[in-house]
Every structure is written in structure tokens, then in C-alpha cells.
Design a protein around this ligand. Structure first.
Ligand SMILES: Cc1ncc(COP(=O)(O)O)c(C=O)c1O
Length: 410
């Protein structure tokens, strides 16, 4: 049966991301995969979870397995309000709504704010899940490039003036200020302040997505954009996925109380409530200080992997290839010489059982063909060594053949 005539117009915007396709490949055990931005499953505290789950089921089974409030469990909301307050974002439990992962937060925010054709400012390159969430609601995405300090605020200011001349105000800017997916870049304090100032001047909202902020290996944490906000202009998304477990699907939205109410209305008709058992588990682990301890353990492990991947890139990648030096998170962003196709390299790499994500999917327009995202979070150290060495070989071959071609060798 052909369903085309049944689809709503917005369904035309809904496409599977190529990155998700690579997840399938990444699951094959012999592949050296740097593709998925997954936490390492080797670090999941499975034995401890088993123990806590047993206790939970005996003591709280009836509530843990029941539907819960749409806004989420009150205890977890209170815990998160205290955490946010400690991190310079004073709030109360009424400002928190629990989501099935922060991805759902992006969908709900898009759902309540976006009409077809509304403008959303996005990072370029940007997180595919965020780009997709706003596109699903038929938004017009305005990509603003990044440099090593995050979004180029000078280009943003020019774009905002241009949009103003068209009589157009963005609804919001979607930003990942810490260890951004896909680049690993952290936005400087000055840029955070300037973006917030521009949001006030041009009157748009900011959706600040921070799933990686706690995974900092070095340097001082920077104030969130939300911490500069006293009027409710910034909506903040948090998640337990990267610091604890993605499979329980627990994240949160922190926002003005009026917004929380509207988001709860939208969420009610989406899924009634978030995963009750996952919320109980996250609360138990968080309130007993276990996540904090677990995080310390994760930091040393992820840092070692980051250091290893960076040193392998130094050792094996030829001159002309550059990459970012993330201070935390999961990703390194690689730029190949202009004119080189990361997709072609990927196809060759796959034949040698190495996978990464070529960069084009992180761009709204037809850019980024010579870029790629490498996640060091999931692969084990031997695979990082072997995989980057193979890529080094392929890159040398590719660049040698380009040089021969340029010098008329063919
Ligand atoms: C920037 C960013 N935001 C949100 C998410 C989704 O996280 P969650 O599991 O909380 O839905 C991811 C996952 O990779 C991400 O990289």
C-alpha cells in the first residue's frame, strides 16, 4: 500500500538520520566503531543496579511500576531543583519537568513553540537530534557556524539584523554550550554572555541542552546561559543518559513555571508520563551520592580514551588533517583537507571494519563534506589504537593519490 496521500505535510520533513543507520553497523562486535555517541556499556554499574532494583521492587514496587504524574516524580524534581540551584540556576521543583530523555525535551519545546516556517537558530555543525526535532515541526533553520569558542556571535548578530529586516524574529536558538555534539567545542563565557544579550535585544528564547556538562576532564566549568537568566528566557535540558544510563530514558526540562505547565499539557498527550521505574532508579542513585561517585570513575576512564585517541591522531594522521581538543564529553571533530570527501573515506574504512560519522549530516546546508565526528566514549583502547592507525593509512593513501593527481602524475 502506498501511504503518500495519507501523510501530513510535516511527515515529509521526517527522515531517518544517516547517523542512526551507522548505529546498526557499530553494534557488530568486530567493528572498530567511533560512530555512535554512546556511553560505554562496559561502565554501566549492572551489579549495583540489580541490587537496587531488587530493593526498589520489594519496597516501592507498586509506585515504581505504576503510571506517575506527567511532570515526573516529585522527589526527583526536588532533587534536580536542588542540583540546578547548586549549579547557579536557582529554582524549585515546580520549575522541573521529567522527560523520557532530553531528546523528548527538544520535541516538546518544538511542539509548543513552532509553527511551520518559524525560524530557529542552530549551531553549524549541530546535534542531529536537535536539528531533526525542530525540522519535524517544519521550522526554518538558520545555521550559524562555530569556531573554537563556540557559535560565531558576529555572524549571529548579522543574521539577526537581516532577519529583522525581513520582519522575522527567531522563536529560539538551540545551543549545546558544553563539549558540543558533534565538535566537542565548549562555548566561551563571552560568547554565552553575548548570545544571551542578543536574545534579549531581539527577543528570542534559548534552548540550552547540556547532557555532557558534567563530563569535564580539565579546566573550570563555565556558567550556564541559564544562570544569566532572571526572566525565564532560557529553557534548560538535562539528562542522566551520559553520566548514568541512557536506557532508563530519564532527562529533565528546567523552565519558567508557566512553561512547565504548557509542556506538561503537550507531554500528557505524547506519553502520559515518563518511565516510572527509570525515575525511581535515577532518584535512588542520585540522592545517595552514587552518581557523583560513578561520575568520578567515568571521568578518568573517558579522559584516558580521549588522550589515547588524540595521541593516535597525532601519530597516524597526515599533515593537513586537523581536529579539536575537547576538554570533556565524547567527541573529537576532524577536518580533512578541503576537497577531500569524508564519505568516500568512510566507505573505504568500513571495508577495513572501521566506522566514524562523516560530517555532512550535522549541517543544515550542503556543507561539511570534508569533516567527520569521532566518538572515543565507546570503543575500547585497543580498537582506538588499531582503528585510528588504519584510518591513518587510508588518509595517507588518499592524500598521496590527490597529490599525484594534482602534479599530473596520472
Ligand atoms: C547534544 C545532545 N542532546 C541530547 C541528546 C539525547 O540525550 P537523551 O538520551 O537524554 O535523550 C544527545 C544524545 O546523544 C546529545 O548528544
Amino acid at each position: 500500500m502506498n501511504f503518500d496521500r495519507f501523510y501530513a505535510e510535516r511527515a515529509a520533513c521526517m527522515k531517518t538520520s544517516e547517523i542512526r543507520e551507522f548505529f546498526k553497523l557499530a553494534e557488530e562486535p568486530d567493528v572498530m566503531s567511533f560512530a555512535g555517541g554512546f556511553p560505554s556499556a562496559d561502565y554501566f554499574p549492572v551489579a549495583k543496579i540489580n541490587e537496587v532494583l531488587q530493593e526498589l521492587l520489594v519496597n516501592e514496587g507498586k509506585t515504581a511500576l505504576q503510571y506517575g504524574p506527567t511532570e515526573g516524580s516529585w522527589e526527583l524534581r526536588e532533587y534536580l531543583a536542588q542540583k540546578m540551584t547548586r549549579e547557579g540556576m536557582p529554582c524549585s521543583a515546580e520549575n522541573i519537568l521529567i522527560t523520557n530523555g532530553s531528546q523528548q525535551g527538544m520535541d516538546l519545546i518544538s511542539k509548543i513553540f513552532l509553527n511551520p516556517g518559524d525560524v530557529v537558530i542552530v549551531e553549524e555543525p549541530g546535534y542531529v537530534g536537535g536539528l531533526g526535532a525542530v525540522y519535524n515541526y517544519e521550522a526554518r533553520r538558520i545555521p550559524i557556524p562555530l569556531d573554537n569558542e563556540g557559535m560565531r556571535v558576529d555572524i549571529l548578530a548579522t543574521q539577526l539584523r537581516k532577519l529583522q529586516m525581513e520582519g522575522c524574529t527567531p522563536k529560539f536558538a538551540y545551543l549545546v554550550p558544553n563539549f558540543q555534539n558533534p565538535t566537542g567545542i565548549t562555548m566561551s563565557l563571552e560568547r554565552r554572555q553575548e548570545i544571551f544579550r542578543l536574545a534579549q535585544e531581539y527577543d528570542f528564547l534559548i534552548l540550552e541542552d547540556n547532557p555532557y556538562g558534567d563530563i569535564r576532564f580539565e579546566g573550570e566549568p563555565l556558567p550556564s546561559i541559564k544562570s544569566m537568566d532572571t526572566e525565564g528566557r532560557v529553557v534548560y535540558l538535562g539528562s542522566f543518559s551520559k553520566v548514568f544510563l541512557p536506557g532508563i530514558r530519564v532527562g529533565w526540562i528546567m523552565a519558567h513555571e508557566a512553561l512547565i505547565h504548557k509542556i506538561a499539557c503537550a507531554k500528557g498527550s505524547t506519553d502520559l508520563c515518563s518511565n516510572s521505574l527509570g525515575q525511581r532508579l535515577a532518584y535512588h542513585f542520585a540522592v545517595n551520592g552514587y552518581i557523583e561517585k560513578h561520575l568520578q570513575n567515568l571521568l578518568s576512564k573517558y579522559k584516558a580514551k580521549r588522550d589515547l585517541m588524540l595521541s593516535c591522531m597525532e601519530k597516524y594522521f597526515p599533515e593537513g588533517v586537523t581536529w579539536t581538543y575537547p576538554q570533556g564529553g565524547f567527541f573529537i571533530w576532524v577536518t580533512f583537507p578541503s576537497g577531500m570527501s569524508a564519505r568516500k573515506l568512510l566507505l573505504k574504512a568500513i571495508e577495513r571494519k572501521v566506522a566514524f560519522v562523516d560530517g555532512a549530516g550535522f549541517y543544515v546546508n550542503d556543507n561539511g563534506k570534508n569533516t567527520a565526528r569521532f566518538a572515543y566514549s565507546e570503543a575500547d583502547p585497543q580498537k582506538i589504537k588499531d582503528g585510528i592507525a588504519i584510518l591513518g593509512e587510508l588518509l595517507h593513501e588518499e592524500l598521496d593519490s590527490q597529490r599525484k593527481y594534482a602534479s599530473g602524475g596520472f
